[in-house]
Design a protein around this ligand. Sequence first.
Ligand code: EPZ
Length: 420
Amino acid sequence: MDKLVITGGTRLVGEVTISGAKNAAIAILPATLLINGVCTLENVPNISDVKIYCEILQTLGAKITWLSENELTVDTRDINCMQAPLDMTSKFRASYYLLGALLGRCKEAVVGIPGGCNLGARPIDQHIKAFEALGATVDVSQGKITAKCEKLKANSIYMDIVSVGATINAILASVLAEGTTIIDNAAKEPHIVDVANFLNTMGADIRGAGTDVIKVNGVESLHGNTTYSVVPDQIEAGTFMLAAVASKGDLIIRNCITKHLESITAKIIEIGGNVDANGDKLRVWCDQRPSKANIKTLPYPGFPTDLQPQMGVVLSIANGTSIINESIWESRFQYTGELNKMGAKITPNGKTAVFEGVEKLTGAPIYATDLRAGAALIIAGIIAEGTTEVYNLEHIDRGYENIEEKFRKIGANIQRIKEN
Ligand code: EPZ
């Protein structure tokens, strides 16, 4: 089992460059199925979720060519199958995008029931509702989801809850449908705008992405021969912002869209840190022990659930008692048990956790319970006194490109040890 060994007590200083967004890339890759041609994607994060998606697309007949570390072409001219391998698709959550994309392209899709991080119940009723509204029948049985239709016909879809995945799936399924689809109570995350921008670049007609009403005017076909650059990762940028605060460090964070980071910036300033936005870079620094704060996670533009564990590390060493209310994922406090092994005083209770700030954390062997928990525990190891060993790295590798190298460059003493 590989592990990261971190010798803590480091103040992070220097520059870090943010990669392309995981949650945009793993929606854009299946979106290429709606094109009958070749497209080039730039700023693609080199992470395991992207590699799995590429493998899945290849099993459907797509040709993927990596041009460099972060650039690839997808040729979807020979797609010959609408059933993605069940063992591969059930490995991770974002395989649900194959449903919308294959329905759009082939009028039929079969996908294993999506897996992914264990964050609690992860229903897909809103995805199914959208497909059915567009004329598909959907069957969930024997560990798989089958969606079929004669043809897709536009409709009005009102989302009962704000869902990133269901919003993107509704867009994917309606791009080639006949007529104008209205998606109401849509999610507004930056990666939704990015998927819409990608599809529009390929000839789609999607308006209003980034607001809560999205209008998709169905088109006959999408074209290839286009290059698209994936948006910078808002969550990776936020992770380094919070690492700067937790370590009382001073970081320049390059290749980010500062507008996407406003809720995090506001909280950092509230707890005594400093943020200076300048073009596509941010300087984040903190000269004092952060002070307590209360956080409630919300859909964008609220404070993102995907930065809740990283903020939890900051609040675990803050001056005073803080409360985090997690309103998206019921099991997103699993990391608090690991932080408590390092001397934190956190009491989770359902969707709320109370963080009684301690002066310092101390190193311990700890286990990444999911992707963002893993990033948070690395930050904890960097600021803790002594040595921390982080296990379950497969969670972290799903979503962070070269994470230990990036932390090493800004001063962390962190090594990956490969073990059988
Ligand atoms: C996306 O998950 C992200 N994953 C998650 O990223 C992120 O935490 C989440 O959005 C919220 O921002 C990807 O983009 C691949 P949702 P998604 O549908 O789309 C409920 C990370 O660490 N819901 O917006 O699956 C659901 O239970 C992660 O990168 C329904 O009830 O999230 C949750 O409470 C993990 N019915 C809420 O909505 C549905 O049909 C929001 O979920 C769909 C969702």
